[in-house]
Design a protein around this ligand. Sequence first.
Ligand SMILES: NCc1[nH]cc(CCC(=O)O)c1CC(=O)O
Ligand SMILES: [Zn+2]
Ligand SMILES: [Zn+2]
Length: 331
Amino acid sequence: MTDITSILQGGYHHPLTRKWQAKAQLTKSMLVYPIFITDNEDEETPISGFPGQKRRGINKIVPFLAPLVAKGLASVIIFGVPLAIDAKDPSGSKASDPNGPVILAIKVLKNAFPGLFIMADVCLCEYTSHGHCGILNEDRTLNQQASVKRIAAVAVDYALAGADCVAPSDMNDGRVKAIKEGLIAAGVSHKIMVMSYAAKFSGSLYGPFRDAAGSAPSFGDRRCYQLPHTGRGLARRAIIRDLAEGADSIMVKPANAYLDIIADAAELAKNVPVSAYQVSGEFAMIHAGATQGVFDLRSMALESLDGILRAGATIILTYFTEAILNEGWLD
Ligand SMILES: NCc1[nH]cc(CCC(=O)O)c1CC(=O)O
Ligand SMILES: [Zn+2]
Ligand SMILES: [Zn+2]
C-alpha cells in the first residue's frame, strides 16, 4: 500500500501543472540584453569565443535591434568599446566623451525606440590605459575617492544623455551613494534607476567580455576590488551597504555559479528587485557544451535561466536574450 503523502506525480503530470510549479516564470520583460558599441560607426565584428555576439558601430545598432524590439525586447545594457588610439588615459577621461560610443548610443537608441529601457554600464576599465576599473594611486591600488568621484560624474553624464538606468560595475566602495547624490544635484534622480553591481565576483568567467570590450587589465588583476568567490559574507555586506546607499536594484554576477548569493540577495534586499548577470563565460560555456553534443542549447539555456529565477532574481542580464526573442524560445 502506498501512503497518500508519498504520491507527488499527480501534482505535475500535466504540462500546465508543471508550469504552475514555478514561483516565477521567465518572461521577456525580465531580460536585459548586453550590447557592445564601438566608436567606429560602420563596424560589425564578431568576437572570438563569444558565439553570435558582435561589436557594432553606431550606424549598425538600430537596424540590428529593430527586429528584436518588435519581438519584445524590453531593455539593453550598453558597453562602450573605444577603439581609437587616443581613447585611453590613466583617468579614463573618454568614458563620458559626448561624442563617444556610449553617449551617442544612448541618444540614438532613445530616439529610435522610445519605449526601450536603456541601461548604461558605468565603469572606467574600457577607457583607462591601465585597464583597471578606476583611478590608481602611485602604489597601483585603486584610489577610492578619486574613482568614486569620476564614476559618479560619468553616471550623471549617461543619465543626462537619456539613459533610464545607470549600473556601476567598478566595485569602488561608496559609489552608489555618490551616484545618487550626483543624480539629485543634476535634478534627474526621480527618473533614473541605480542598479548596483553589488555582489560582483572576481574569477574566470569574464574572458569573452574582456575580449569584446578590450578591457583586460594591463597588469595585475581585479582581485582587490571584485569579491573573492569564497566571500559569501563580503557579498552580504556589499548588498546591505549598497541598499543603505540607495541602490534601486542589487545585482549578483556571475549568476549560475552564485545561486546561493542570489538567494542571499533575495533575502537581504526584499524591497528592491534582485538582478543577476549571466556573464560571457557562462554563456560561452553553455554554447560549448551544446556544440559538443552534451545537451541541447535551448533546453540548457532555459534551464540555466530558470535556476537563476528560482534562486530569487527577477531581472536577468543575459546574452541569450537575442536567441530567446529571435528564435521564439518563450513563444
Ligand atoms: N567592469 C567591466 C565589466 N562589466 C561587466 C563585465 C563582465 C560581463 C561579462 O563577462 O559578460 C565586466 C568585466 C570585468 O569586470 O572584468
Ligand atoms: Zn571595469
Ligand atoms: Zn592588491
